[in-house]
Design a protein around this ligand. Sequence first.
Ligand SMILES: Cc1cc2nc3c(=O)[nH]c(=O)nc-3n(C[C@H](O)[C@H](O)[C@H](O)COP(=O)(O)OP(=O)(O)OC[C@H]3O[C@@H](n4cnc5c(N)ncnc54)[C@H](O)[C@@H]3O)c2cc1C
Length: 475
Amino acid sequence: MKTLQNPTSPCPVIIGGGPAGISAAITLAEYGINSIILDENPTLGGAIFRQPTKNTLLGHSPVLDKKTTDRADYLLKKLHSHEDRIAVYTRTQVLGQLGDNNAITVLHDGKVTEIFYSALLVCTGCYERSQPFPGWTLPGVMSVGGMQLQVKSNLVRPGHRIALTGTGPLLLVAAKQLHEAGMEVIGVYEAGQKSDLYGEIPALLSDTPLMFDGLKYLIFLKQKKIPLHYGWGIVEARGVDEVSEVVVAPYDEEWNPILGKRKAIKVDSLAVNYGFTSRTEITQQLGCTHSYHPNRGGLKPDVDKWQRSDRQSVYTAGDASGVYGSYVAEIEGKIAAHGYLIDSGHTNESQANLSCAPLRNDLKRLIKFQHGFNKLSSPKEGLLTLPDKETVICRCENVTLGKIDHAIAQGIGDITKLKMATRAGMGDCQGKNCGDFCHNYLVKKSGRSHVEIGNLKPRFPLAPVTFSAFAGTGE
Ligand SMILES: Cc1cc2nc3c(=O)[nH]c(=O)nc-3n(C[C@H](O)[C@H](O)[C@H](O)COP(=O)(O)OP(=O)(O)OC[C@H]3O[C@@H](n4cnc5c(N)ncnc54)[C@H](O)[C@@H]3O)c2cc1C
């Protein structure tokens, strides 16, 4: 592993080596600007282009389709062609900012250290929303992205017989990848109604290549006889030491399960994804203003047309600034880089406008396309009815829905007070798993607004760190 070094004079530091971060670094390099990319993963590529952590004969993940592999190869080759200007540090976790000295603190090679920056480009992507339901903590139940990670990066088949439940196109992508990894995919249960999808055809036609990509996945499922059920979703996972059966049911318009029509299916694995949440811990910690976008990843930082936050020298792009997918992430990374180029005097706004005009046309088209999925895939209130009193909501602190209900009955009306009363969100993950559910549950139960309920404040360090790493011994 390359040893992390501060350059002689601070340069832009890009947090996240996915499509947004990589394209930002390439744009800066094309203007002769050095930058640093930091990513917690062993390889670059972010969520979509996740590379294997072992050597493969193909050199890339065998379950990535050709179009995705070609896109990854193109971006990574371009990045490597600028390696004199772009310093890449993988396995490097950004823990947040401690002081007000334009330095971020990172965990690298077992040691905590500081990196000084001239600007920060926060391209940290998103998380999958966790969806509690009875049995969701059983071994064998995983997020769809977690399952993908097994087959894309670890080259491990996570089970034999799997059902996928949730919403959105990632279900189709993952079903294909898991089938190709040798699993029997016994069904895909999409919570959205088919009629919602038909209603959005005009929006989806705004990007015909992407629409055809979607159709290719549908055809694949048909050919492999993998059933796709619209308007169905998870009710419960059952098993003793691990999942052995899942219960699914049709959902009504608000995604309340119609229990009279539920059915049980034998499986040894279940993949679940009911949407995404932008990773905003760093922009929150830096004090950037955020607002709520319940249909598009929840809380996100406010940005201007150059992806500038309202904190000086802090830009954000890609899913971290609103979940719109990898093509939008790539474009926003370039636009954020132009924002920095304007602010640092390397170009002027009219020149940047000229360079970015075609990008903005593509952006408009892609965002219209993504909005087409909103009606189908925005998580609905019925999901909040899935857990029962005994269901653990906060896995770090073992807080059940019963305890949360008890606190609400006693008058708790915002998320910080809920955390203090129940310890939900107080554990190692700082509420990454339970925060979204608790927030929406409080909104529903109290009738208060998203702003009044608030959000769990991220604390330094953003990830658990050993004391020895702080001591700098690495032991
Ligand atoms: C689990 C998951 C699986 C997905 N799979 C697909 C797919 O198969 N096909 C598809 O089209 N889309 C997929 N998506 C959506 C797609 O990946 C994204 O839209 C796209 O990758 C966004 O690009 P990005 O650069 O904004 O973020 P990402 O690609 O997510 O990259 C962000 C990077 O920042 C790193 N990072 C975040 N915080 C820190 C920190 N504190 N310190 C260091 N590094 C940090 C992350 O580990 C990640 O590598 C997936 C999304 C998720 C969450």
